[in-house]
Design a protein. Structure first.
Length: 256
């Protein structure tokens, strides 16, 4: 008879039943950063192998920064918020087809394609700026500067981690009042100088206490480029006709 290996070794049991020591603010934020990096690596690996990758949810849950349909249409821009009244709820937003959007009056076709593209990105968790905010009230999120405690951080991480973090805190609270688990680092924002928070749509508060982010139209918008001389397909023709017109004007002035 073949011997069976034990599922749990004694050292594993000691780790399970031993009480963990409380973590400092710096250690909590470092753990959050490592979890994010591992999740992004896992997402990249899964996208590479399409055969084994799980399908994204058909109707993803809202996030604190984008809790409803009007906010979603506002942040993706392209003046799509004018169609917010045509989409009654969150489930309808993620189940409408392109033909049904056309029947609702979402025009032109490139606007429907843009909406469907952002809808799929939201399913995959590919949010724009502010998508990782945990504490948002009435479309406003508050940011504060947290100084790292290098004394409690592991020696291998002290040289790599920044000395100051930008964290999201609940409205009406201070850093001292918040539990370490309530704080979360915000991507896309950094500290400049002593305590200035720099990043997209960050509005400084009075007294330099921090900054706030407010839901603004077009925050996640993919900006369109501008055609120069009619674009690539018509550029040669447009420039040729312009040279002819310039020479005609020069002849009329007697310069040629």
């Amino acid at each position: 008879m073949a011997s069976m290996k034990p599922l749990l070794r004694p050292q594993h049991l000691r780790g399970v039943f031993s009480s963990p020591s409380p973590l400092s603010l710096t250690q909590v934020l470092l753990q959050q950063s490592s979890i994010r990096s591992r999740s992004s690596t896992t997402t990249t690996t899964r996208s590479a192998s399409t055969s084994s990758a799980p399908k994204p949810p058909q109707i993803p849950p809202p996030i604190p920064f984008v809790p409803d349909v009007p906010t979603f249409l506002t942040v993706i821009g392209r003046d799509l918020k004018q169609h917010a009244a045509k989409i009654p709820d969150w489930e309808t937003l993620f189940t409408l087809t392109s033909e049904e959007l056309r029947e609702l009056g979402v025009e032109p076709p490139r606007s429907r394609k843009y909406l469907l593209r952002w809808r799929q990105r939201f399913r995959l968790g590919q949010y724009g700026i502010g998508g990782d905010l945990r504490h948002v009230e009435d479309g406003v999120a508050h940011l504060r500067v947290l100084e790292a405690d290098t004394a409690t951080a592991p020696s291998t991480d002290v040289a790599k981690m920044p000395r100051k973090f930008v964290v999201n805190i609940p409205s009406g609270r201070t850093l001292k009042d918040c539990d370490p688990a309530e704080l979360s680092r915000v991507r896309g924002y950094y500290v400049q100088g002593a305590k200035n928070i720099v990043g997209p749509y960050a509005l400084p508060l009075k007294g330099g206490e921090g900054a706030r982010i407010t839901v603004t139209e077009g925050m996640w918008e993919d900006r369109l480029g501008y055609k120069v001389d009619g674009g690539e397909r018509r550029r040669t023709e447009v420039r040729y006709k312009r040279r002819i017109a310039e020479r005609r004007e020069a002849r009329e002035r007697g310069e040629l």
